[in-house]
Write a protein that binds this ligand. Structure first.
Ligand code: PFF
Length: 447
């Protein structure tokens, strides 16, 4: 690629790169959403369908994004611009990807901020008096408190910007510490849950493959979640891949990311299900599981407030490594397109997203106007249901049909070219886009 690309930041090692990608993938989607949707869709059979979706849609598109990014060595917009020879449509797709990342970040940062409040309050023992009766109102009061909402959103955006400010080395160092801590905490809490409430109900639920429980909705939900959980469809992996020197195997990286993300999601189920089954609590679709019901349940565990504090810290870590990846596409775009110093770009980008996020921060009761807009729900719905699948499908088609076979083959090792390339190329041309198209047709009510 051109010389101006040569002095871009680079990951110091393949492990650093893989860890950062895992950090992006693992977040609120794994810890809150996956256990919930798996529970809703009947457990084992959904889990199998999800694994198939990850394999046929998620994994091939991770590789596609990384191939595009490493080949172009540019930000998302620059990648589409360069590889499409300045085609307006693909440049627009690049811009939309960045816009979607920024939009998700604006409300993700607010929710991530809640974990900080729950961490601090658990740590100092304030939640020991929480009961099923007062936990809900406490949560409602908290999200309706404008000062606190803006404060935590500000802290979270500041932490995100601080890590980005220091460049890819900053991302790598932070996530290198955060990720193993996260893995250990999830594992330990799952063990405590199993120990306290027993494992048999959870195991039979997760590994009882009763396919009669699977609906077409469940299949499509599994495909949609594959995008969200692997951070696909926004070009995040394009940007991360662009910092990767030649020689590291993208296939190996993709396998690691997929496996680690799936493991954390599975162990998140192991943290929650024993509590849910052991106490026969009701599972609702809302942030309530993470921030109310679960916080009460922690009180029943030995050293409950310490475990609760660790748990919310873990969720905050997971969210931080995802928010970092959501800001990076914008910063690298500002940096490379307008030749603005990366540090200044970080400040401009972070302040912009921070301002956007105020609408979500004040939209849960703090301000009548913003509450009536319900922006957080709308942005979440729009991005998860539209931007990611459409973005993912376009990225798949772009890599499949608009990038030369030679350019693509260059990004694989010799062995991978022999045994893997053809199957991958066929999948991203036909299978992955077709499956996503089915999701979209379903969403617009065609069937
Ligand atoms: N994958 C993250 C999660 O599961 O919470 C969320 C996310 C991060 C989505 C980055 C999209 C993205 F580009």
């Amino acid at each position: 690629m051109n010389d101006s690309n040569q002095n871009r930041g680079q990951w110091s090692s393949s492990v650093g790169f893989i860890i950062a990608c895992v950090g992006s993938a693992v977040g609120l989607g794994n810890i809150w959403k996956f256990p919930y949707i798996t529970y809703e869709n009947g457990g084992g059979a959904f889990f199998i369908i999800y694994l198939i979706a990850i394999t046929l849609v998620g994994f091939p598109i991770i590789i596609s994004e990384m191939v595009l990014g490493r080949h172009a060595k540019l930000n998302t917009y620059g990648t589409f611009k360069e590889l499409s020879n300045n085609n307006w449509f693909w440049k627009l797709v690049g811009l939309l990807c960045i816009f979607s990342a920024v939009t998700i970040l604006s409300f993700y940062s607010v929710v991530a901020g809640w974990t900080l409040d729950y961490f601090f309050n658990s740590l100092v023992g304030n939640f020991q008096s929480l009961t099923f009766e007062n936990a809900g109102p406490r949560f409602g009061e908290f999200v309706g408190n404008g000062e606190k909402q803006v404060l935590y959103h500000t802290i979270f955006m500041f932490l995100t910007a601080f890590i980005i400010y220091r460049g890819t080395k900053g991302i790598e160092k932070a996530v290198k510490i955060l990720m193993p801590v996260l893995g250990i905490l999830v594992f330990l809490i799952a063990c405590i849950s199993f120990y306290t409430y027993g494992a048999s109900d959870t195991i039979s639920f997760m590994f009882n493959f009763d396919f009669s429980k699977i609906t077409s909705h469940g299949v499509l939900e599994a495909v949609g979640h594959a995008f969200f959980t692997l951070s696909l469809g926004l070009g995040v992996m394009i940007v991360y891949g662009s910092y990767l020197p030649k020689g590291f195997s993208l296939v190996r990286a993709g396998i690691w990311i997929t496996i680690m993300d799936t493991l954390i999601a599975t162990f998140s189920c192991f943290m929650m299900y024993p509590i849910i089954f052991g106490t026969q609590m009701e599972v609702k679709e809302s942030a309530a599981i993470l921030f109310t019901t679960l916080s009460v349940q922690f009180n029943a565990l030995p050293m409950g407030n310490v475990i609760a504090a660790l748990f919310y810290l873990l969720v905050a870590f997971a969210a931080l490594s995802s928010t970092i990846s959501l800001l990076e596409p914008l910063v690298s775009f500002i940096d490379e397109t307008y030749k603005i110093n990366r540090k200044i770009g970080t400040i401009i980008g972070a302040v912009g997203v921070w301002i956007m996020g105020i609408a979500s921060a004040l939209g849960n009761g703090a301000s009548e106007f913003f509450t009536s807009l319900a922006l957080m729900d709308k942005l979440d719905y729009f991005t998860s249901n539209w931007s990611l699948p459409v973005g993912g499908m376009l990225i798949s088609l772009f890599a499949g049909f608009f990038v030369s076979e030679k350019a693509k083959r260059d990004e694989f090792t010799e062995t991978e070219n022999k045994v893997f390339f053809k199957a991958w190329n066929f999948t991203i041309r036909f299978i992955s886009p077709l499956l996503v198209l089915l999701v979209i047709l379903y969403k617009i009510g065609v069937f």
